[in-house]
Ligand binder design. Structure first.
Ligand SMILES: [Zn+2]
Length: 455
């Protein structure tokens, strides 16, 4: 085992260390003295997106997750010993565990009071070193549970999330409009052979990042137990994920969802994420978000009363993409005027504001907000996010100290130029409303916003 990176995140007062284990697995240790909790995650580079390449039914990753998490295994031979182990009493803390499958990750995690770190590790070790000869025993039980999970969801044609992914990522990533857990046919089709194939390809040491957020540095014995556990796992290469560029072409789609009241609206501009940390860009992103939030609040809410809240964000949809994103909801009768006001704001309002004397003190105050931070809420996924960066070969180190001088030197002109750069990316517009698709799209087509991009 060797420690390869070490840094303190002054933004949160957390000290991070990255270890490379002899087995090929990686370990993120985040020492957070402000917390009394221990949060541990075992993340494998797998997930839904790799099933297709392995020629497995949709939902195999999620099915395996269900079997491994919470069913008897080599260590806890039956359900009672397994459940009893997690319980607390006057001398020991209770353990909470769960698991999740996303597009690109299969993750087993748990949290507890920091005094129970060893027990939590033992429990997660047992889940991951799964006895494949017991798959047969639990497959039908889990199939029943997963089918119930499936029927509890919106029909896939009615799922906003699925429609959104299909619209924006379908042509690039081949998302065909399915839930991660699969569909009725594929769930019924998954066999123990499929689950075994998936396990053997994905649950390997080289494909694993363990992330631990804990109030104290891990002891030598704790580190050793982790090293020894990962030695038991099969070798097997890291499943990498290739980022693709989403074509940023003007497009729009109005999704009909009858049980909504108003028109949800979002502007989306996708860019590939930088594989290396770019501190200047990170600082600019902060100010970009702030200026748009400030002006949408001031103009669209306080002056025109068109919206309750506008969400401006830079999102990371989990596939090495960055989305410069603005969303809001607006009453149907205000839709047209809202589009015109939004056009005004993005076309002139932001530039006018940033070039005015009036914005000087606002800008200065934002610089101050950036530099003099307040406490942030406890983030259970703090170490997990560093781990995900490691798994996908990004630079995991983000040193806030490097941002401060950049924020001090930043000018309104820099921000305006950045705003113009982002604005030059052709957007994708996404609407969700109770109205038929054509009604919303036709109203949109009459707006200045549409005419600006339609060539
Ligand atoms: Zn599930």
């Amino acid at each position: 085992m060797r420690s390869t990176l070490h840094w303190t995140d002054t933004n949160r007062n957390i000290t991070n260390k990255i270890y490379e284990l002899n087995s090929g697995a990686k370990l993120v240790e985040a020492v957070n003295p402000g917390s009394i909790e221990t949060y541990i995650s075992f993340a494998f580079g797998g997930g839904y997106i790799h099933e297709h390449a392995m020629r497995l039914p949709i939902g195999t990753a999620h099915f395996l997750e269900h079997i491994m998490a919470g069913n008897p295994n080599k260590v806890f031979k039956n359900k009672k010993t397994l459940d009893d182990f997690k319980k607390g009493n006057l001398d020991k803390a209770k353990i909470w565990t769960n698991a999740t499958t996303s597009w690109r990750l299969l993750e087993f995690y748990g949290y507890t009071h920091h005094t129970a770190l060893k027990r939590l590790l033992k429990f997660l070790f047992a889940e991951i070193d799964y006895p494949l000869d017991r798959l047969e025993e639990f497959i039908e039980k889990e199939r029943g549970i997963i089918l119930s999970e499936y029927y509890g969801k919106d029909k896939k044609e009615k799922s906003t999330g699925i429609a959104y992914d299909k619209f924006f990522f379908g042509s690039t990533y081949g998302f065909v409009g399915e839930y991660v857990l699969g569909n009725e046919d594929s769930i019924k089709q998954i066999s123990t052979a499929d689950l075994t194939t998936y396990y053997n390809n994905v649950i390997t040491a080289d494909n694993l990042v363990i992330s631990i957020q804990h109030p104290k540095p891990l002891t030598k014995a704790e580190l050793k137990s982790i090293e020894e556990f990962t030695n038991k796992l099969a070798k097997g290469k890291l499943i990498t994920f290739k980022a693709k560029k989403i074509p940023n072409k003007f497009k729009y789609y109005a999704f009909q969802k009858e049980d909504t009241n108003d028109i949800f609206f979002s502007v989306n501009r996708f860019e590939p994420t930088n594989p290396k940390v770019d501190y200047k860009e990170s600082v600019l992103d902060f100010f970009y978000n702030r200026v748009i939030s400030e002006l949408t609040f001031k103009k669209l809410r306080e002056e025109k009363n068109l919206i309750y809240a506008g969400g401006n964000n830079i999102g990371y949809p989990g596939i090495k993409l960055k989305n410069y994103y603005f969303n809001s909801s607006v009453r149907i009768e205000n839709f047209k005027i809202f589009l015109d006001e939004l056009y005004e704001l993005f076309e002139h309002g932001i530039e006018d504001f940033l070039t005015s004397k009036e914005s000087d003190s606002w800008f200065l105050s934002e610089q101050s907000t950036y530099i003099y931070r307040f406490n942030q809420n406890y983030d259970p996924d703090y170490a997990v996010n560093i781990g995900a960066d490691l798994l996908f070969k990004q630079d995991p180190v983000f040193d806030f100290n490097n941002c401060v001088p950049i924020a001090k030197d930043l000018t309104k002109k820099d921000l305006l130029n950045y705003f113009k750069k982002i604005s030059s990316i052709e957007p994708g517009f996404w609407f969700v409303s109770p109205l038929p698709k054509e009604d919303v799209e036709n109203a949109f087509k009459e707006s200045k916003l549409f005419k600006k991009y339609q060539k």
